[in-house]
Design a binder for this molecule. Structure first.
Ligand code: SAH
Ligand code: MG
Length: 950
C-alpha cells in the first residue's frame, strides 16, 4: 500500500488551508468521505497464526460538482482530507501555496457565508445565531421566520470579518454590516428582506429539519423574568432598573422591543458584547429613523454624530460604537454552549461597576472588592505587599475596556552598573504579551529571546510601554528612567506608572493634557489621546464634590487630635480600646475589618454600603483612601475607630451598594456622609523587621537601641539628636530608663513617622511625669521635620548624635553629604551610625522561610543580591562601610571605632548591622561656632514637649 509522504501543505495561520479554499469555492457542494483501512503489519511474522494489526490509515475522497479526487493514505484523518483538497485544487489549476491570491472576492465570500447560515444544517447547530433562527420559527403569523438583520452583525464573527474586509468602517460601527448583508441577500437565492430590516429564508425549511431542531428545546413554555438596565439617551435622566418578561419559547427580542416601545422588532439594533469578553451582555436600542435611512441608502454613517439629540453617550461609551436613542443593557442571548436561551440579571450595581471599571483605580477597587476603601497604590514595593490585580493586568484590562490594542511592553536589559561607569551595551527584548505571534524584537544585536528570564544575573531591566489605538495610532509612550533587578518588577512598575497617569486624567477630566504629561518619562500624543477618551468627561462625574457640604462637615467635627499635622484634612475620629503597642508603619501590612455606612445627616437613617471582614493593605503607598490610612497609622492592634467622611463620587457608592434603589433615594433626598467603623486586626511587619525579629533575640532593632544606650550612659550626655528618628523607637526607649539626658531631639523627613513618634512620646512623657520617673531628667523633647543633609543651627554641638538604619535609605552621594554635614556643622561630641551589613544578607535570607514564599520565581543566586528592604538604596559590605567611615573621620578630625550588633566580629560574615562610633578629637572652637542668628533654620518644629509647661 502506498502511503502519502509529506503531509499536505499545511498553511500558516495567515494563509488558508486547501480545505478552506475548497470551502470558499464550493461551500456545501464539496463532499468529503473518509475511509479507514488497516495498514500492513509492520514486522510481519510469516509463521504466526494470530492476526497482527497494523496501524490504522485513512484515505479521503472528495466529491466536487465537476469531478472527484482520492487522497493517498495518511495516519491522520485531517491530513487525508487536506491532501484530497490539495489534489482537487491542483486539478483546478490552483496553487494552494499561493492561496491568498486566489481567495475569492470578499463579496462572494459574504454570499457563501450567508448561504451557509441559511442552510438546513445550520438550524440545529450550536451557534449564537442559530438560536435566533429557531426562535423566529416560533413567531406567529406574518412574523413567522423573521430575523432582525442587526443580529447578523454581532452574532457571527466570521460574517463580521468578511464585511470588515469589504468596508473597514465596520470596525468602528458594526451596523455597517447591515446594508452589506441585505445587499448580499438580495443577490443570493437563500433569503429575502423585501427592503425591510428583517430577513427570512426564501424557501421554508423541510418539516423534519424543523422538527428535529425545535424538539430538542424545552417543551412546556415557561416565563423568564430577568433584570436589565434602562439607559435613557438624555444625560439628565437616571439610569434605571427594569424587568424583561421573556417566554422560554418566544423570541426575546420581542420582549425587548416592547420595553423600548418599538412596534417593529426588526428596528432593534444589537451592540457588540459589553464588559468581559465571555459575557453575553449587550445593549439593545431603537435606531432613529434618519439613522436607518442613512444606513440603508449607503450614506456615510461612519462618523459618530454626537450632536444629534438622541445620541446616547452612556451606552455608546460602553459599546465603543455610536448608539442613538434609549437603550437597554441586558445579558441574554444564544450561545455556543446550549440550545437554550442564556440569561443573567444585570443589576444597577452591575451597571455602575461597569462604569467604574473603565477607570484604572476603578478596576483596582473592583479587584479588591473594596470600592469605597481601596485606592490604586502609588508604588509597587514588593509582590507580597501588592494586593489585588497586578499593575500589568490592570493596564491590559484598561486597554481592553477602551477598545485599544493590547499594550506593547518592551524590555530593555542592561548589565549592572559597575560603580559609576555605565555600560554602553543595551539589549532590548520585547515581551510578547497576549498576542503570542508577536516575536519580533526591536534590535537585531544582542537580542535575548523572551521567556529566558536568566538574562545574565547581573542585568537590570527597564520596561518601555506603548499604548496604541485599535487603528495602531500611538497614544501614550512611556520611557522609564529607573531600572530594576527583576524583569517582573520593571514590568509592574512601568505599568503602574502609566496607570497612575491615566488615573490622574480620569480624576480630573478637564485638566489640560500638557499638565498631565508634564513628567519627562511619559509622552502623550494629545490629538489621539483626546480623540480616544473624548466621551469620558460627559460620563464620569468624578469631581462632583459639593464644597459647601464638605465645609459644613468640617465645622461640626473640628480637628481635635493633638497628633495630626496641620494640613491633613481629617474629620475627628475616635479610637477605642487599650493601646497594645503594635502599630503599623510604612512598609507594613495592616489588616482591618470595616463597615462603611451611608448616613443621612440629622436623621437616624443608616445604610450599610460596603464591608469587609479582613482587608489587608500596605501602609505608606496610598493603597487606601487617605483618611483611612491616617486613622489606621494612629491605631494599635485590637483597637477600633470610627470616623466620618464626605461623599465620594456617586458612581462609586452605587457600585458598592447592594441596594441601589434605597441608596439612591437616601442620596437624593438628604444630605449624606459616609461613616466608617474599623477594627485593626493585625499588622505584618516589613520583611526586614520580620527577619530581624525572627532571627535575633533580642530583636536586632532592640540591640541597636541597647548599643546606643550604652554609649549615652558612658558619655553622660545631656543632649541628644536622633537623625532620621522615624517613628521614634530610639527616643521612646530612652524614656524607659533613668539617664543623664535633659534634652532629646528627633529629625526626620517623614511627616507620617513623626506623627507616630509624637504620639508615642506624648503618651509616655505625660505618663512618666505624672508618676514622676523614670525619665524625670528630661526637660524638653522636640521633633523636627527636615532633611538631615541640611544643617539647622539650633542643633549645633550636641553631646551625642545617633543615626540608626537611615543612611541606606538615601542615595549614596546623599549619605556621604550627610556624613560631611554632620561632622563639620552639627559637630556632636559623639556620633553613632548604623547600617545593614550586606554580607550578612545571605544568612538572613537563607534562614527565613517567608522569603521563599514571597518570591518563588527567584533563583537563590539573585536572591543573594537583594537588599533587606525595598526602600534601601544601597547596603554596604564591611569594607565599603569602613572605607566610608574612616575617610569621613579623617577629614573632620574625629576618631572612629567599629563595632556591630547581631552575630560577631570574629565569625564570617561579621555583624548583621554595622556600627561606627565617631568621637570628636578636638574641643569645639568658640570662633567657629556658627552664629545661630545668621543661619537659616532649615527644620520645622512639628511637636514639642517642655516640662516647664506641664
Ligand atoms: N532610626 C529609626 C528609623 C529608621 S528608618 C529606627 O532605627 O527605627 C529610616 C528613616 O530615615 C525613615 O524614617 C526616613 O523617613 C528617614 N530618612 C530618610 N532620608 C532622610 C533624610 N534625608 N532626612 C531625614 N530623614 C530621612
Ligand atoms: Mg533600613
Amino acid at each position: 500500500m502506498e502511503m502519502g509522504g509529506a503531509p499536505p501543505v499545511v498553511a500558516k495561520k495567515t494563509t488558508h488551508t486547501p480545505k478552506a479554499i475548497i470551502h470558499q469555492k464550493f461551500g456545501d457542494k464539496a463532499c468529503y468521505k473518509v475511509e479507514e483501512v488497516q495498514g500492513d503489519t509492520q514486522n510481519g511474522c510469516p509463521g504466526l497464526a494470530i492476526p497482527q494489526k497494523g496501524p490504522c490509515l485513512f484515505r479521503c475522497s472528495l466529491q466536487l460538482p465537476e469531478f472527484s479526487v482520492v487522497s493517498e493514505y495518511f495516519k491522520r484523518k485531517k491530513d487525508a482530507e487536506q491532501s484530497a483538497a490539495e489534489k482537487a485544487l491542483r486539478k483546478l489549476g490552483v496553487d494552494p501555496a499561493a492561496s491568498n491570491s486566489i481567495v475569492r472576492e470578499p463579496w462572494d465570500e459574504l454570499i457563501s457565508r450567508l448561504s451557509y447560515l441559511f442552510a438546513d444544517e445550520f438550524l440545529s447547530s450550536l451557534h449564537p445565531l442559530s438560536g435566533h433562527f429557531r426562535a423566529a420559527l416560533q413567531r406567529d403569523g406574518d412574523l413567522y421566520g423573521l430575523i432582525p438583520v442587526s443580529v447578523f452583525a454581532v452574532c457571527d464573527t466570521k460574517l463580521g470579518n468578511i464585511c470588515k474586509s469589504i468596508n473597514p468602517g465596520v470596525e468602528s460601527n458594526p451596523f455597517l454590516v447591515i446594508p452589506l448583508v441585505l445587499k448580499a441577500a438580495a443577490s443570493g437565492s437563500f433569503a429575502t428582506s423585501e427592503g425591510q430590516l428583517w430577513m427570512r429564508r426564501q424557501n421554508p425549511y423541510p418539516p423534519e429539519i424543523i422538527q428535529s431542531s425545535i424538539s430538542s428545546q424545552l417543551s412546556s413554555p415557561e416565563s423568564i423574568w430577568i433584570e436589565a438596565v434602562y439607559i435613557p439617551y438624555s444625560l439628565e435622566k437616571n439610569v434605571e432598573s427594569l424587568t424583561l418578561n421573556v417566554s422560554s419559547t418566544g423570541y426575546y427580542l420581542d420582549a425587548i422591543a416592547r420595553k423600548l416601545s418599538l412596534a417593529d422588532t426588526s428596528k432593534i439594533l444589537v451592540s457588540r458584547t459589553v464588559g468581559k469578553a465571555s459575557s453575553e451582555m449587550r445593549l439593545y436600542f431603537s435606531a432613529p429613523e434618519w439613522y436607518l435611512v442613512d444606513l440603508l441608502s449607503d450614506l456615510n454613517v461612519e462618523e459618530v454624530n454626537s450632536e444629534e439629540g438622541s445620541f446616547n453617550a452612556r451606552a455608546s461609551y460602553f459599546s465603543g460604537h455610536a448608539i442613538y436613542g434609549n437603550a437597554i443593557l441586558a445579558s441574554i442571548g444564544y450561545t455556543w454552549r446550549s440550545m437554550d436561551l442564556f440569561h443573567e440579571d444585570v443589576s444597577l450595581q452591575s451597571y455602575y461597576r461597569l462604569l467604574i471599571s473603565k477607570i484604572p483605580s476603578g478596576v483596582y477597587k473592583l479587584s479588591r472588592e473594596a470600592i469605597l476603601t481601596a485606592e490604586l497604590p502609588m508604588a509597587f514595593t514588593t509582590r507580597a505587599n501588592w494586593k489585588g490585580s497586578f499593575p500589568r493586568d490592570l493596564l491590559c484590562s484598561f486597554c481592553r475596556q477602551h477598545r485599544l490594542s493590547e499594550p506593547v511592553f518592551s524590555m530593555l536589559s542592561t548589565p549592572l552598573k559597575q560603580s559609576s561607569e555605565v555600560s554602553g551595551s543595551c539589549k532590548r527584548l520585547k515581551v510578547a504579551e497576549s498576542s503570542a505571534e508577536e516575536t519580533e524584537y526591536r534590535n537585531g544585536a544582542g537580542v535575548v529571546p523572551h521567556g529566558n528570564e536568566s538574562v545574565g544575573l547581573g542585568d537590570t531591566f527597564m520596561c518601555e510601554i506603548k499604548i496604541y489605538s485599535k487603528l495602531q495610532d500611538l497614544i501614550i509612550e512611556y520611557s522609564p528612567k529607573d531600572s530594576y533587578r527583576k524583569h517582573s518588577d520593571a514590568l509592574q512598575n512601568s505599568s503602574l506608572r502609566v496607570l497612575l497617569c491615566l488615573n490622574t486624567y480620569f480624576k480630573e477630566l478637564d485638566m489640560p493634557l500638557e499638565k498631565l504629561a508634564s513628567a519627562a518619562d511619559i509622552h502623550i500624543y494629545p490629538e489621539k489621546f483626546a480623540k480616544t477618551f473624548a466621551s469620558c468627561p460627559s460620563i464620569h462625574n468624578l469631581r462632583q464634590r459639593n464644597e459647601t457640604q464638605r465645609e459644613r462637615l468640617l465645622d461640626s467635627n473640628s480637628i481635635n487630635q493633638p497628633y495630626i499635622m496641620p494640613g491633613h484634612e481629617l474629620y475627628s475620629f475616635n479610637i477605642k480600646g487599650p493601646d497594645s503597642g503594635t502599630s503599623p508603619s510604612n512598609g507594613s501590612l495592616a489588616c482591618i475589618n470595616y463597615v462603611a455606612f451611608l448616613v443621612a445627616e440629622g436623621e437616624h437613617m443608616k445604610e450599610r454600603v460596603e464591608s469587609n471582614d479582613e482587608f489587608e493593605f500596605e501602609i505608606g503607598v496610598g493603597a487606601v483612601i487617605p483618611h483611612l490610612e491616617v486613622v489606621v497609622t494612629q491605631m494599635s492592634v485590637g483597637q477600633s475607630a470610627c470616623f466620618n467622611m464626605d461623599l465620594p463620587p456617586q458612581e462609586l457608592i452605587l457600585a458598592a451598594t447592594g441596594d441601589p434603589v434605597k441608596t439612591i433615594s437616601l442620596l437624593s433626598s438628604k444630605v449624606c456622609f459616609l461613616e466608617y467603623s474599623i477594627v485593626l486586626l493585625r499588622v505584618t511587619e516589613p520583611l526586614e523587621d520580620r527577619m530581624e525579629q525572627a532571627l535575633f533575640s533580642p530583636p536586632l532593632s532592640k540591640q541597636r537601641v541597647g548599643f546606643a544606650l550604652q554609649h549615652i550612659k558612658e558619655s553622660s550626655a545631656a543632649t541628644l539628636i536622633d537623625f532620621g528618628c522615624g517613628s521614634g523607637s530610639l527616643l521612646d526607649s530612652l524614656l524607659d530608663f533613668p539617664t543623664s539626658l535633659e534634652k532629646i531631639v528627633g529629625v526626620d523627613i517623614s511627616k507620617k513617622s513623626l506623627s507616630r513618634a509624637a504620639k508615642l512620646l506624648h503618651s509616655k512623657l505625660s505618663r512618666n511625669s505624672d508618676a514622676g520617673e523614670p525619665s524625670g531628667g528630661i526637660k524638653s523633647a522636640i521633633l523636627y521635620e527636615g532633611s538631615i543633609t541640611f544643617f539647622d543651627p539650633r542643633l549645633y554641638g550636641f553631646d551625642i548624635g545617633t543615626c540608626l538604619e537611615v543612611i541606606e535609605h538615601m542615595e549614596e552621594d546623599q549619605a556621604c553629604l550627610f556624613g560631611d554635614v554632620v561632622l563639620s556643622y552639627f559637630c556632636p561630641k559623639v556620633l553613632i551610625v548604623s547600617t545593614p551589613n550586606y554580607e550578612y544578607n545571605a544568612i538572613l535570607q537563607r534562614s527565613n522561610p517567608s522569603n521563599q514564599e514571597e518570591d518563588p520565581d527567584e533563583t537563590s543566586q539573585s536572591q543573594a543580591c537583594r537588599f533587606r528592604n525595598h526602600d534601601h538604596k544601597f547596603e554596604w559590605t564591611r569594607k565599603q562601610f569602613n572605607h566610608w567611615a574612616s575617610n569621613l573621620a579623617r577629614k573632620h578630625n574625629y576618631s572612629v571605632e567599629f563595632s556591630g550588633v547581631g552575630g560577631s566580629a570574629d565569625v564570617e560574615p561579621g555583624f548583621a548591622s554595622h556600627m561606627a562610633v565617631f568621637r570628636r578629637s578636638v574641643p569645639l572652637e568658640t570662633d567657629n561656632h556658627p552664629n545661630p542668628v545668621d543661619l537659616i533654620r532649615q527644620y520645622e518644629v512639628v511637636w514639642e514637649w517642655d516640662r516647664s509647661n506641664r
